[in-house]
Design a protein. Sequence first.
Length: 360
Amino acid sequence: MAIEFAQRIRRIPAYPLASGYELGPDVAMLASNESCFAPLPEVVQAAQRVLGATNRYPDPSYAALRGALSERYGVAPGRIALGHGSCDILLAAGEALLEPGAELVYGWPAFSVYPHLAAASGARAIEVALDAHDRHDLDAMAAEVTVATRLALICNPNNPTSTAVALDAVEGFLERVPRHVCVILDEAYCEFALTLGDPYASLELLRRWPNLVLLRTFSKVYALAGLRVGYALCGSEDFRVAVDQVRQPFYLNVAAQAAALEALRHQDAVERRVTQTIAARLELEAGLSELGLGVAESDANFVWLALPEGVVEAELVRGLAERGVLVRAGEALGREGALRVTVGTPAENARFVRTLGELL
Ligand SMILES: Cc1ncc(COP(=O)(O)O)c(C=O)c1O
């Protein structure tokens, strides 16, 4: 007899995993919106230094990292949630907030994990189409908020479309939403967003909106995707307490904590990398434009490219992979007929543009 699993297991969509890990070193990895830079040497050393003491569990209060984030952002440590990647906090938020009869609202297409939250909890997901510029339509989202709504997710900048909405529009949304609704502003890519000004700008909203949560990560701009560290700056302590309540006590390992803490000490180098990434993105966009291809207005470390009519997306993605260039097919991310391409090194970007040109 087969094992009998919970009903929800049949509802939960499989996360669209990236492939190509078996292909070896000569591959342009442009499929997962990672940093093309390795972590800084000081960060690697900090992680290595703690490995000799891993007979001990990590500090379950995560005091050092929480304290450093508190100092950097001026948010009390009790209002900072940490997680095994920001995904961990997102899933915990789903568990803490949602249940059958509850609703959540988010724009679509957006981050592929959002549909998981409804499927896992039995809540109803309301997916609101993006506007004509592939941005969140916050008016349409606000119109979908009901007495049953517990959670609204705004992915800003949005994965996969790379677009951002200005913070005054986000504030307009907050004004229309009742205070019992938790609003998560998923800012995994906010450090790359010129539209948002700087990563401090949304902090101003936290002071005014206790139901707001800014979800951030060390996976992108800090080049630590492999160590899995995310954090949330919360408008009130309740959110942090609730997401800690539904998780195991030791969700952040010692190497991850040490690396993240060290990464925060090298802000100048991080900002230089942001500038280089944006310059590389502009060059990538220019290369695509020479091929006659337009992209959505990007505020992130990736671009979203609509394919010309008649091009079969799956064949194109396969052709690129066969030539050592990995990108994401739009179909896996919620909209067929598009590609999501991470900004790599200038050489990787040039290889992508050249290969794409040959295939088209
Ligand atoms: C919009 C968005 N949010 C959250 C995440 C999760 O990142 P992590 O769990 O690595 O912090 C990602 C990862 O790609 C993302 O694109």
